[in-house]
Design a binder for this molecule. Structure first.
Ligand code: PLP
Length: 385
């Protein structure tokens, strides 16, 4: 065992690392060159900051198949985006159909509104890998179903929801998608999938920094903002402007982060999303194949042959997941995440609550050698009493 092993980062489902050099360079340039406060003043720095935000908005709209970039709203992460949608769209008496694989960024606001606004929740069943069957949706819809909320790719098991099939079965309900784990890796097209509210985070598959994210709103859909304040527009009015996207973007935005996010999107464009996806898929298969050879390991999620995300959840007989993560980090330099991954509902659905799982999540910058080192480490741990 090496004294100070080379670090291996396998926690990309939490936040991608490293960021592409283009992202760090773009952010470095921005913070050195301009004051970063857009739309508030008419001087060149302010105009340059406005341009950064505008160009990022155009990139995001194009990336997610949205014809109008004014329908892209920047928030500080997907949690804030989901909160805007959930609090803004649901009224007393509304029914929500969601899945047993949702993150607390969906479940906590929903549980809160269940108590405070009397909304009703229907939870779609999942199989033991965390997959849902789109055919389970139509029988559970009623005239009161306002919203269907779907986690596109599970941060716990890597299960992928078939958005096209879900979109075509949504009836009169609105479809909200939590794309935290899929954006940047899986195809996501608002129109093609019938998505009404698409929420994304910037710091995972989109390679942006933390503190970035947002949502895209289908044309014609209106909801009240969660926060109000200065937008740099309509300053003569004391009422919140109604126009998109200003209505939802009160307060000086994270121009630096949004500039970094734009560089992340450019990186995906020039690398090609499919190339990113196939590399992650290859490493995930390699990881799953290797894990299947190690005694005492159970993988909780879709098999290597399935279309799946790169989050791989496992447990090992005789070892707690916290001990596994600790040993991997301290003895082998391998960074993984243990526990419930902010998704207790998902662990209940797959039968790993309350202990949770050890999650390994390879990303685009991981290598085959790193996966092999991880497999060797887990094999050694499995045979050490
Ligand atoms: C499926 C899912 N939804 C929501 C979130 C919350 O992301 P953020 O902390 O960036 O808001 C995460 C992040 O872990 C996630 O994996």
């Amino acid at each position: 065992m090496p004294d100070s092993p080379t670090p291996i980062y396998l926690d990309n489902a939490a936040s991608s690392f490293p960021k592409p050099q283009e992202v760090t360079e773009a952010m470095h340039r921005l913070i050195q060159k301009i004051s970063l406060s857009p739309g508030r003043s008419a001087h060149r720095f302010s105009l340059a900051a406005s341009r950064v935000i505008f160009e990022a908005r155009e990139l995001v709209a194009d990336f997610f198949g949205c014809p109008d970039s004014s329908r892209v709203v920047f928030t500080s992460n997907v949690t804030e985006a989901l909160n805007v949608g959930i609090f803004g769209l649901l009224q007393p008496g509304d029914q929500v159909l969601t899945t047993g694989m949702e993150h607390n960024s969906v479940m906590r606001p929903l549980r809160h509104l269940e108590k405070t606004r009397g909304i009703g929740l229907t939870i779609l069943p999942t199989d033991p890998t965390g997959a849902i069957d789109p055919d389970d949706i139509p029988p559970r819809l009623s005239a009161k179903t306002r919203l269907i909320i779907i986690n596109h790719v599970s941060n716990v098991t890597g299960a992928v929801a078939d958005l096209a099939a879900i979109g075509s079965r949504k009836g009169g309900a609105l479809l909200m998608v939590d794309a935290a784990q899929s954006a940047g890796v899986f195809p996501l097209d608002m129109d093609a999938f019938g998505i009404d509210f698409l929420a994304f985070t910037g710091h995972k598959g989109l390679f942006g920094p933390t503190g970035t994210g947002g949502f895209l709103l289908r044309e014609g859909l209106l909801l009240p903002p969660l926060k109000m304040g200065g937008t740099g527009s309509n300053s003569e009015q004391e009422e919140q402007p109604q126009m998109m996207p200003d209505c939802y973007e009160s307060g000086t935005p994270n121009t630096l982060g949004i500039g970094g996010l734009a560089a992340g999107l450019e990186f995906i464009r020039s690398t090609d999303r499919e190339t990113i996806r196939s590399h992650e898929e290859h490493l995930t298969r390699m990881l799953l194949d290797g894990l299947s050879q190690i005694q005492g390991i159970t993988v909780h999620g879709p098999p290597a042959s399935a279309r799946r995300g790169s989050a791989v959840s496992l447990t090992m007989t005789g070892k707690s997941v916290a001990d596994l993560a600790f040993l991997l980090d301290r003895q082998y330099g391998i960074m993984a995440r243990a526990g419930l991954h902010c998704a207790p509902a998902a662990h209940r659905s797959i039968g790993t609550f309350p202990q949770g799982t050890l999650r390994l999540s390879p990303g685009f910058f991981n290598t085959e050698a790193e996966i092999q080192t991880t497999l060797t480490a887990l094999d050694k741990i499995s045979t050490t009493p």
